[in-house]
Design a protein around this ligand. Structure first.
Ligand code: F6P
Length: 552
């Protein structure tokens, strides 16, 4: 199918916007008893209610046509066929193979990758079970009680978010900690409470060159060697990486290196051996349930018509908001405290994937691409930033996420959580008119003058978009499905925006400049000719002055 440029498809959508601009969602709900039925979709035990968005069937059919003319189906199939769709890095994108449950070959360069995938899964199984049952111990034979994962970005956010989300499936006597920041506070605070004889470090880095991870790994190694002696290091360190030579060079036992492949992007790697801390925390059976959940969503994504395809629907709503209405942010609001790190996880997934301004052919993007993704769990956010969502001058599309069943049986907590979640999307949609406010104030006994003074402040514009994702319970399979859902949403949007969602060149300049600046930061006394811009030089000398004041 010939690709219709997004700009052309937008003309039609802009006409729809003009029409939708004259109708409120209140009106659409009151005039259509079937609105929820029409604009909700279910698959894999997840319900998506998108009826509280400014869409009608004409809008949705233009959006589905846009997806078709952008070759979403062809590109989706090309990804699954192992084509090198990550063109700037000349790599395939096969994270779906990591969780594939079927028996067909998954080919890359003519070779089935499933043998390698299953072999590594077998090693993860054996290792995680042996740590959990005490067969693998520290150097002095003590049982491992604490695991420290050292990694950053995709080598941290995935396992950290998942481990927290699935903590009810963990064990009290096996704690998993995550160290990512090069700020020494991170590793210092983590090590402070640990017994080295019972601690296992996982150095997780796809490249095994990332400065933060290597710096933290060196400090952890030093800490352990200081406490237990150099000879103990080998028993307390394992690595997860595609760079086997660098792991061996660091001193990791070759049998304790868990590999993966360059067709797994960092932010798509929680399903690979980067998920080792998850398997250790919740056990291999639960880890496989997590993979199987994602595989179920993959099947749905690969096999379902666009009109009922959950990731496609989410992606198209995002395009509608971003490119037609000009909304530049997307809030992720889990009413699920254990998903506290889910917004941060999606920040990397979405913003590192689609925060691009160059199209696949090298030309500049002419329309907005990835939105700013942010969020915090409800109900906490209600008492912080929801004010702006309800009454601010910017409109922020919100995704609400909610489990129908809690892990804890603690009445009335969950009922209150659910009522709050539903109430927020209702409030955003309905708003409150000035007449409704006036009537309330008069009923409360305020004078006419007081009422007129106060009323404008209490008006809610309403008509603000939100989508609610409701799932049965936050268990390993469901979490796998939710992550895969957002992965595919991100992919579909990248296809529509005609960008490469799988590279991340935008992180390089900062890394390069930090490297250049390090000698100047470390060398406090040397007089150098100013080599940087005035601001950077000013910051460097102020930094030195503060250090001197501290007596350094
Ligand atoms: O700097 C960005 C990035 O490359 C991410 O894409 C990646 O997830 C992270 O750094 C960590 O990389 P690595 O696993 O190679 O240490």
């Amino acid at each position: 199918m010939t690709r219709i440029p997004l700009e052309t498809a937008l003309d039609e959508l802009i006409e729809h916007k003009k029409r939708m601009g004259r109708i409120s969602m209140r009106h659409m709900f009151s005039s259509d008893a079937d609105r929820f039925k029409t604009f909700s979709a279910s698959a894999c035990d997840i319900l998506i209610d998108y009826s509280k968005n400014r869409v009608d069937t004409d809008v949705m059919s233009s959006l589905f046509a846009l997806a078709r003319s952008s070759s979403v189906e062809e590109k989706r199939n090309a990804m699954w066929a192992g084509e090198r769709i990550n063109s700037t890095e000349n790599r395939a994108v096969l994270h779906m193979a990591l969780r594939y449950q079927g028996d067909k070959p998954v080919k890359f360069d003519g070779r089935d990758v499933m043998g390698d995938v299953r072999q590594v899964l077998g090693v993860i199984r054996e290792f995680s079970e042996n740590v959990r049952n005490g067969t693998i111990t520290g150097s002095s034979g003590e049982k491992i009680t604490d695991i420290v994962n050292i990694g950053i970005g995709g080598s941290d956010l995935g396992p950290a978010m998942v481990t927290r989300a699935l903590s009810p499936f963990g064990r009290k006597d096996l704690r998993v900690h995550f160290v990512s920041n090069v700020d020494g506070a991170d590793i210092a605070d983590t090590l402070a409470g640990l017994n080295p004889a019972r601690t296992l470090f996982i150095i997780a880095s796809k490249t095994f060159t990332t400065d933060e991870t290597m710096t933290n790994a060196a400090s952890a190694r030093q800490w352990l060697a200081d406490k237990l002696g150099e000879g103990a290091v080998i028993a307390h360190f394992v690595a997860v990486s595609t760079n086997i030579a660098a792991c061996i060079n660091f001193g990791i036992n070759e049998n304790r290196i868990f590999g993966f492949w360059d067709w797994v992007g960092g932010r798509y790697s929680v399903w690979s051996s980067i998920g080792l801390p998850v398997a250790l925390a919740i056990g291999y059976e639960n880890f496989t349930a997590f993979l199987a959940g994602a595989a179920e969503m993959d099947r749905h994504f690969l096999e379902t018509a666009l009109e009922s395809n959950l990731p496609v629907i989410l992606a198209l709503l995002g395009v509608w908001h971003r490119n037609v209405w000009g909304f530049s942010t997307q809030a992720i609001l889990p009413y699920d405290q254990r998903l506290a790190r889910f917004p941060a996880y999606l920040q990397q997934l979405d913003m590192e994937s689609n925060g691009k301004s160059t199209q696949l052919d090298g030309s500049a993007a002419t329309l907005g691409t990835g939105p700013i993704v942010w969020g915090e769990p409800g109900t906490n956010g209600q008492h912080a930033f929801y004010q702006l969502i309800h009454q601010g001058t910017d409109i922020i599309p919100c995704d609400f996420l909610l489990a129908a069943n809690p892990q804890e049986d603690m009445s009335p907590h969950h009922a209150k959580l659910v009522a709050n979640c539903f109430a927020q999307s209702q409030a955003l949609m309905l708003g409150k008119t000035i007449d409704e406010v006036r009537a309330e104030l008069v009923a409360d006994g305020l004078s006419v003058e007081q009422t007129e003074q106060l009323a404008p402040h209490k008006v809610f514009p309403g008509n603000r978009p939100s989508t609610t994702l409701l799932y049965r319970q936050l268990d390993p399979a469901t979490l796998g499905k939710l992550i895969a859902l957002y992965e595919h949403k991100t992919f579909v949007q990248g296809v529509i925006w005609n960008i490469n969602s799988f590279d991340q060149w935008g992180v390089e300049l900062g890394k390069q400049l930090a490297k250049n600046l390090l000698p100047a930061v470390q060398n406090k006394t040397a007089r150098r000719k100013a080599a940087n811009d005035a601001s950077t030089e000013g910051l460097l000398s102020s930094y030195r002055r503060f250090q001197e004041k501290q007596g350094k």
